[in-house]
Design a protein around this ligand. Structure first.
Ligand code: SIN
Ligand code: FE2
Length: 215
């Protein structure tokens, strides 16, 4: 298992960068997200067809945002409740993308998940994008999560690890379509968020970069 400034590869293409963001950077990013959420409030996504609510609440930043409701999973340029465009992706989140993604093109979507105590996320793949060339970059803030990652088949063996505040996780290469989920969030493990809980950002490329964009 490789370690060092390039992070720890927990599986091929799946790289954990513990505490890439220091405490000051974490606090600044939380402030940015607070401002974003006042423009684009957190909403409760629902499962396609059944309409069952997710336990996490969500919002987005960037030209495109991921939403889920009875009609299905999709990316759209506006908030499902306010109808307004999503706020821009915070500069500090773009910096993380450029530090770890290995891609010159910027992300188009930044999904922001909020896990209140007890929230979780079942094993799934991120595959609603039109391109899988760029990695998905995840940033964790607040309480530590017990994260699980497997292979590209639902029944592949999984590895569990903790994602703490300031950690960055990259799903690239053969891990781009890896199944992953959050089994639980460890209440009280961080003091970053006043009322506790966990924020997770996932930065994604949704469409292929324009033809002629430099690599
Ligand atoms: C996600 O898969 O959308 C979120 C993962 C996480 O919360 O770390
Ligand atoms: Fe995901």
């Amino acid at each position: 298992m490789a370690a060092g400034p390039k992070g720890v590869a927990v599986r091929p293409g799946a790289v954990h960068h513990p505490r890439l963001l220091d405490a000051a950077a974490q606090r600044a990013l939380v402030e940015d997200l607070r401002a974003a959420a006042s423009a684009a409030p957190f909403f409760t996504p629902r499962m396609p067809r059944s309409g069952k609510p997710f336990s996490v609440r969500m919002t987005n930043c960037g030209p495109l945002g991921w939403v889920s409701d009875v009609a299905g999973y999709r990316y759209q340029p506006h908030h499902p409740e306010t109808g307004r465009p999503w706020p821009p992706i915070p500069a500090a989140a773009l910096e993380v993308w450029h530090a770890v993604s290995g891609r010159p093109e910027p992300p188009e979507a930044c999904l922001v998940n909020f896990y209140a105590p007890g929230a979780r996320m079942g094993l799934h793949q991120d595959r609603d994008e039109e391109t899988f060339d760029a990695p998905v970059v995840s940033v964790s803030l607040g309480d530590t999560a017990v994260f699980r990652i497997g292979g590209t088949s639902r029944n592949d063996p999984t590895t569990s690890l903790k994602l703490a505040s300031g950690d960055v996780f990259v799903f690239g290469g053969e891990a781009r379509l890896a199944f992953h989920g959050i089994d639980r969030v460890l209440a009280g493990s961080s003091t970053l968020l006043e009322k506790g809980g966990r924020l997770n950002l996932t930065l994604r490329r949704v469409t292929p970069p324009p033809v002629g964009a430099s690599a």
